[in-house]
Design a binder for this molecule. Structure first.
Ligand SMILES: C[S@@+](CC[C@H](N)C(=O)[O-])C[C@H]1O[C@@H](n2cnc3c(N)ncnc32)[C@H](O)[C@@H]1O
Length: 346
């Protein structure tokens, strides 16, 4: 099977897929994400959403959409913080796009008493039309990537095969049109290029939605600004790197997001792409310093240490501040969304 089919099966197989069978977050799980590190992350994204809604002229109804909402922590923190703008909360209808039944249940528990209408969806397409604000943290990296490998002077599909009861990578048939950028077509044999049709489809669908009905999306993930060669498919099990082929369905599989490709697909669909900018810069511009200072006022020594550590993990250059990036998409007439004022459209 192709690497993309392997990733899809490992993560999303209805019976055995990694996300379908467990809650993978936290210290006892396999990894931890920004909203699980600190409430500040979701709060700032909630305020980002409320300000975007104001920039849009405060429509009476707004779809607040989250893609891949994990435990529901981000949305819960976002709505609590956005409660400071009551008219926004009155206008909001929340849509959670989640395929995992286990995580849907976690999200329903987290949002039980939140006081806004919420619907769950398997995919973006079933969300009703209308102005939208979309949040996605570590969603795109969970979507399958194809790997193309240069072999005998041609780009070939990289496959996963089974022999002697072991999975291994193999070279498949040459590909006609793999989406390899012109400047990389002559790479040396053995080079790998990753391309994600699933990320392309999601960014195109989001872009069309924003162009048709107005709004903005904030996509945060780890990834690179420019398309390039290299293999980023990785597996995490118990917070340690693992072999992506060794325990299918038992470890998290991700690939770095090619933000240049995502931005290009969104722009081709008529939207405007802003950034990507570093997560650290985004959170500082949105006011993480002020929020941390406010939380510190009521904190004891242990809590104060936790707040400082969390802020550093989210924004520090050697932590998540630089590796994680934020790409914003808007309908073409819109001003720069909060945090992106100093960047030119992509
Ligand atoms: C790495 S987790 C991120 C969770 C959350 N955003 C956070 O930051 O904690 C990926 C999330 O995307 C969901 N997911 C993965 N593939 C999906 C798909 N194709 N459609 C909808 N949700 C998906 C997973 O079930 C999980 O909730």
């Amino acid at each position: 099977m192709t690497v993309a089919d392997w990733m899809e099966a490992c993560l999303a197989d209805p019976e055995h897929g990694y996300y379908m069978t467990r809650d993978p977050f936290g210290r006892r799980g396999d990894f931890i994400t920004s909203p699980e590190i600190s409430q500040m992350f979701g709060e700032l994204l909630g305020l980002w959403s409320a300000v975007v809604w104001q920039q849009m002229g405060q429509p009476d109804q707004i779809h607040l959409i989250e893609l891949g909402p994990g435990r529901g922590t981000l949305m819960s923190d976002a709505l609590r913080a956005a409660g400071g703008v009551p008219a926004f909360i009155e206008a909001v209808h929340v849509h959670m796009v989640e395929t995992s039944p286990v995580l849907r249940e976690r999200q329903q528990n987290a949002l039980r008493n939140i006081g806004v209408s919420i619907d769950w969806h398997d995919a973006i397409e079933t969300i009703p039309k209308g102005p939208s604000i979309v949040l996605a943290n570590e969603f795109l990296d969970a979507l399958p990537v194809r790997q193309l490998i240069r072999h005998g002077g041609a780009w070939c599909e990289r496959m996963v095969g089974l022999s002697d009861d072991r999975f291994s990578f193999e070279v498949g048939a040459p590909v006609e049109e793999g989406g390899v950028p012109d400047n990389l077509t002559d790479a040396p044999d053995g080079s790998i290029f990753e391309v994600s049709p699933a990320v392309r489809d999601v960014t195109r669908d989001l872009a069309s939605r924003l162009v048709d009905d107005g709004g903005a999306a904030l996509l945060i993930d780890y990834g690179h600004d420019r398309s390039g060669l290299g293999e980023t498919l990785q597996a995490l099990e118990g917070h340690e790197y693992a072999d992506p082929l060794s325990s299918p369905g038992e470890c998290d599989l991700t690939a770095h997001v090619d933000f240049a490709a995502a931005a290009t697909h969104a722009e081709k669909a008529g939207a405007r792409a802003w950034g990507p900018i570093e997560q650290g810069d985004l959170l500082e511009r949105l006011g993480i310093g002020a929020r941390a200072a406010q939380l510190l006022q009521g904190a004891d020594t242990k809590q104060a240490e936790q707040i400082g550590t969390a802020r550093h993990r989210l924004t520090g250059a050697a932590a998540m501040g630089r590796l994680f990036r934020a790409l914003a998409l808007t309908d073409p007439g819109r001003a720069a969304p909060p945090g992106f004022e100093t960047v030119s459209p992509f």
